[in-house]
Design a protein around this ligand. Structure first.
Ligand code: DGL
Length: 269
């Protein structure tokens, strides 16, 4: 079973693509909606919240967890991957989204100017800058923290004129550096993909984070078949949220385009 974790609804943009690419597996999607947004918290707090989610998902039977949250991937993945998981859950593994997206951007950019939109903590962690500089030595990375977008999306305001206006304000300074490739360094922004593409214009490529992460996961599972255990029965997905289940269900159904059942859980140790 594969766990997909996000601070809230954002990871559904990654999960939707994973489920499409790899429908043969069982999944647990966990959104920590009650404590989102993560992006304005300190590294210690983000690590702690993410560790609790990781404990929950491994104890629920996952063998592999995708941190489908840039903020958690930037602030917690390394320590979890290198210290916590090997000690506490030998044989299990955890993957993030920063490396696959940075790799895709480095292959895509021609003029070597990449724009990154992310939460405040992802931007401040410089995780994309570091990762992109590993891939391409001479690369210009321009970043924009967009702290207002996650709360607007968590509130289902993604179609409102207010959100569009704020989005334009965040994109304008990035465009002035003439990037040719854009990384949506926050899974929530996938909900705004079409508007973001429109505001950047047709000559600037906005990466499809879900598809990139799903393709990388498929490659990873081919190389690591120990995590690619298929179920004998019909594959199923369990949706968990730390906030109101009905609210999660309504938003997730809207995004995934199908009926789901969500269950509320408490993460606190
Ligand atoms: N969706 C998450 C990300 O990819 C985090 C948003 C947040 O909770 O601030 O960064």
């Amino acid at each position: 079973m594969i766990g997909v974790f996000d601070s809230g609804f954002g990871g559904l943009t990654i999960f939707k693509a994973i489920e499409k690419k790899l429908p043969q597996f069982d999944y647990i999607y966990l959104g920590d909606n009650a404590r989102a947004p993560y992006g304005n918290h300190s590294q210690e707090v983000i690590y702690e919240y993410t560790r609790q989610a990781v404990d929950y998902l491994f104890q629920a039977g996952c063998d592999l967890i995708i941190l489908a949250c840039n903020t958690a991937s930037s602030e917690a993945l390394r320590k979890l991957q290198q210290e916590y998981v090997p000690k506490k859950y030998p044989g299990k593994n955890i993957l993030g989204v920063i490396r696959p997206l940075a790799e895709a951007a480095s292959l895509m950019t021609k003029n070597k100017v990449v724009a990154v939109m992310g939460t405040r903590s992802t931007v401040e962690s410089k995780s994309y800058i570091k990762e992109l500089q590993i891939q391409v030595r001479k690369i210009k990375v321009v970043q924009q923290a967009c702290p207002l977008l996650v709360p607007l999306i968590e509130e289902n305001w993604e179609k409102t004129p207010e959100t569009k206006m704020i989005l334009k304000k965040y994109i304008r300074p990035l465009k002035s550096h003439f990037p040719d490739t854009v990384i949506l360094g926050c899974t929530h922004y996938g909900w705004l993909q079409k508007d973001i593409e429109r505001y950047f214009g047709k000559n600037i490529k906005v990466l499809d984070s879900g598809k990139i992460v799903a393709d990388k996961l498929a490659e990873y599972l081919l190389k690591h078949p120990e995590y690619a255990k298929k179920t004998k029965s019909k594959p199923k997905t369990i949706f968990l949220t730390t906030d109101d289940a009905k609210r999660f269900q309504d938003s997730a159904e809207k995004y995934l385009g199908r009926k789901i059942k969500a269950v509320r859980i408490i993460l606190n140790n």
